[in-house]
Every structure is written in C-alpha cells, then in structure tokens.
Design a protein around this ligand. Sequence first.
Ligand SMILES: [Zn+2]
Length: 378
Amino acid sequence: MAHSSSVVCLHHRPLTVFGAPGRYVQGPGATHELGRELKRLGLSGPVLFVAGGTAQRDLQPIWRTVLPAEGLEPLVEPFGGECSDAEINRLIQRGQGQRAVAVVGAGGGKASDAARAVADGLGLPAIITPTLASTDSPCSALSVIYDGAGEVSGFRFYNRHPLLVLVDTSVVARAPKRQLVGGLGDALATWFEARTVRESGGLTTLGALPTSTGTALAKLCCDILLSDGPAACAAVDAGATTPALERVVEANTLLSGLGFESGGLAVAHAVHNGITTIPGSHTCIHGEKVAFGLLTQLVLEGRPQGEIDEIYRFQHAVGLPITLAEVGVDANSEEQLRRIAERSTIAGETSHNEPFPVSADMVLSALKAADQWGRRLT
Ligand SMILES: [Zn+2]
C-alpha cells in the first residue's frame, strides 16, 4: 500500500500520530438518533446519503422521519456496489448543486469507502452508518479503490476522519452471519499487524509512527474477539443483540479501525491484496481474504506454534478460511500462488513493514505452508 505523505518534523524524523472519528455512537435502534446526532454537530439542510440496498430498504423510512424533525433533508442516492473511480465520480456529479452539508455512507465497507471519497470530492464532512460489521473501514480516513474487475487498484487518503460513525446494532444483528465473521477476520489481523509494525519501527497508514494508544487498542480488539467472537456469532444466528455482540461490533468497527490506522498494517493485508488478483477469490469478502493473509503472516514471521495454532482453531471455529481453497485459490497452481506472492510484495506494500526484508519467494513458501497446516483441520 502506498502511504500518504509521511508526517515529519523539520528534521525529517517521522512523527507519532493518532487519528480517530469525531464521535462514535453504537447500540440497538441507533438509527433513530441520527437526526439528533447530526443536529448536535451543527448540521442543518440537505444531507446526501450514499446508500446500499439494506439501508435503502430498512433505514431510509427512518431517516425520512428523524431527519426532517431536526431541520435536515435526506437526499438518498443508491450505491452502485463497487468503490471504483467511475462510481465515485458518478456520485460526486449527483451531489453537485444539491447544497448538501454532509455525505452519509450507509451500507458495507465499500459504501463507506465510496462515501468518504464523495465527501472529500465535494469538500463536505463524512458521516458513516454501517449496516454490517464486516470490515474496519467505517472509522478510517482512507478508501480502498477497486477497478471494474474487482481487484484492488489503489488507495485514497484524506486529511479528515468521519465526523460521526453511528452503528445500529439491531441492523447489524439482522445481517448474514458471514458478514460479522468477515469482520472478525479483518479485526483479528489488526493486533498481529500492529505488533509487527511496532517491532519494525515501520509507518502506519497515517504516514507516521504508531502510537502506544493505537497498538494497545489493537490488542484489546484481539482479546475481545478471542473471548466473545463465538458467542457473538451465535447471537447473530438468532438475530439477537446481546452484550457479547455489542462488544464484538465495537471491536470490529471502532477498535480495529483505530488499531489498524494508528497501529499499522503488515503482511496480512498485503496478502489480501495479492489474493484479489485471483478471479476465484471475488466471491469472498474482505475479512475472509485478510484471515488467510493473517495465517500467512504468522507462518512467515515464524511465530511460536502455540500462538499460530490458537489462531487456526479460532478461525476454523467461527467459519473463517484456513486454506487457500476457502478463499477461491487453487493451491496446486504455482502460477496463482506466484501471482499472489508477487502482488503482495510490490514496492510500497505493507508486507515491507516487517522487521526483516520480505521477498515474493518468502510469501510463496508461507502461503503453501499455511495452506498445508490448515488442511489438517478441515
Ligand atoms: Zn482490512
């Protein structure tokens, strides 16, 4: 991943930076507070919504009640589904001339990524209200951009974080369990990547050294997932909101978001980006590919086997991938594995945040060994 420009002082040493959204609100029925929350931020007038399918169907009727009551007018624009340059430009054009005072992203990770890009393009504050706890995108100040074929094509970095992130856990609890599980994969990797960046002295996606705060939040995120993850999955199976689900949603969304951005990324997300070059992986969601990337990272780093096995067992128990086949990659195809390894180690990728040089051959070996170790359990 290309970093935003490094944050340096006059002597050109990297500075230590922590970034965060202005406010985080979470709980069952939180959507009903959106109007009051926007008003308390000083907003009034038209608000442009970039809304995924669930948000249009389930949340729009609530927005149309609670926003006008606070002097706000929702302008709802359907999200096309891919966070691509073309879709971002289309949404910016729709927003021009509407006199909107903010852009709200409502949907999955790609909807929130697109909404941040649109807000930046229009010079407006971004508000994110995710309908899934499937990625740690909502709280960040960056967007992952995909090309028309579903491959990661680049990143956009913003100077401002979202003004507000509002998570309605009764909406998240009704989403397919696979989405929450994907979020567990994305969030579980956060601590292991932040630990690596701390060890290597590498830079975070903020272009700065990690704060102790970001690294500590990443660890808390991991601890919550390991203890509450399976119970939260059971709650979603029942369509119920429970304290365990609330803690896991906070871990997936807030802690992981702060932890990755102010703690740093490493091999796990680089391997994710590599896996997206394989067309068979496109039916897998972000956190599933990150989960296999995490196993690859732990093997490549040569972590103690007890730690590696704990992560394999957890991922297998909650339904995250532990083999290449489960992320749509043919483990017998040297060509596919080579393509992933090469993409994972291009210049500027986060695989170079390890404390030692990382080559494509090292990633190739780790991919094969991680897959073989996972196959014992399936
Ligand atoms: Zn991620």
